[in-house]
Design a protein around this ligand. Structure first.
Ligand SMILES: Nc1nc2c(c(=O)[nH]1)N[C@@H](CN(C=O)c1ccc(C(=O)N[C@@H](CCC(=O)O)C(=O)O)cc1)CN2
Ligand SMILES: [Mg+2]
Length: 295
């Protein structure tokens, strides 16, 4: 069994990005800039946003975090986004999810200039991605990170059956679409399972590559997995744990202890897909900068 080390791959990637940013600085005398907006005080989101800013700085990119109170109105948020759309020093704009319930996610997604939408959530980016025009869009960071892990671990995907469990706009839907593509190295047969799927176990057991993105701790058990499958765990669930200083521990959507011995390769939680999400965000920000400068 191969334990897929997302932490290491993300560090390698960030080092590669740092070199590229350094070269660009020497060439055009400026660097990519990412602005992250966080509304409210969700503790997990605060961790992710802090890590995004830290990683950005480590690679030599400019990073700005805009922290807004939970009561911020939707109009106020949209005005902030508009200002960033018009700021030439900002190459990437990201609004951290989840948002407070009075703010409509769709309105926020639509407000971000697609050429700065480094999350790849805008319909223009999603549409180009579905069409297979991967050089004309931003690919959503978590699925993109999974593709990068599969590539760097030389995991064959062509002709394989990939089963994605979960249909979120952030992970499940883009993941399924990317694994389906003839271009690049995926070229899988794809099945998507969700809460209304009957006989889910029958389907997941057919997976050569199983992607779990349901958001339910330890949902995927041994009996749901074919021996030898590649298992990608996207879940990050906080479980109460009084023995830890933090009071919680992180577990994935896959029961790692049960499933890892029968898999051929598996991503752990933490240290698997999560860190790749941030590395690919930086990759997308650099890509946005290159496009803006016609490089
Ligand atoms: N606008 C967005 N919002 C959210 C996204 C996103 O891609 N864009 N994804 C998730 C959260 N997320 C990034 O924003 C994210 C989640 C997890 C990690 C990560 O590194 N996880 C670590 C554990 C970190 C911890 O201690 O909690 C790991 O798995 O090893 C990075 C980014 C939802 N919102
Ligand atoms: Mg989760």
């Amino acid at each position: 069994m191969i334990r897929i080390d997302g932490k290491k791959v993300s560090t390698d990637l960030k080092n590669e990005l740092k070199t590229q940013v350094g070269e660009l600085r020497a060439k055009v005398n400026c660097v990519p800039g990412l602005t992250v907006i966080i509304v409210g005080e969700d503790p997990a989101s605060q961790v992710y946003v802090r890590n995004k800013a830290k990683s950005c700085k480590e690679t030599g990119m400019n990073s700005t975090v805009i922290e807004l109170p939970a009561e911020t109105s939707q109009d106020e948020l949209l005005e902030r986004i508009d200002a960033l759309n018009n700021d030439p020093d900002v190459h990437g704009i990201l609004v951290q999810q989840p948002l407070p319930s009075h703010i409509e996610e769709y309105a926020v997604t639509m407000a971000i200039d697609p050429s700065k939408d480094v999350d790849g959530f805008h319909p223009e980016n999603v549409g180009q991605m579905v069409l297979g025009n991967l050089d004309k869009c931003f690919i959503s960071c978590t699925p993109y990170g999974i593709l990068e892990l599969l590539k760097r671990y030389e995991i064959e995907t062509k002709g394989k059956h990939c089963v994605v469990v979960g249909r979120s706009n952030i992970v499940g839907k883009p993941m399924a679409n990317l694994m389906l593509q003839k271009l690049r190295e995926t070229n899988c047969t794809v099945t998507v399972c969700h809460s209304a799927t009957r006989n889910m176990e029958e389907l997941t057991r057919q997976a050569d590559i199983l992607v779990a993105a349901i958001g339910r701790a330890n949902f995927i058990t041994k009996d749901m997995v074919k021996p030898g499958a590649v298992v990608i765990d996207v879940g990050i669930n906080r479980i109460d744990d009084a023995s830890r200083k933090s009071g919680y521990r992180l577990v994935g959507d896959v029961d790692f202890d049960e499933v890892s011995p029968i898999s051929s390769a598996i991503t752990p939680v933490p240290g698997g897909v999560g860190p790749m999400t941030i590395a690919m965000l930086l990759h997308n920000t650099l890509q946005s900068f290159m496009r803006a400068h016609n490089l």
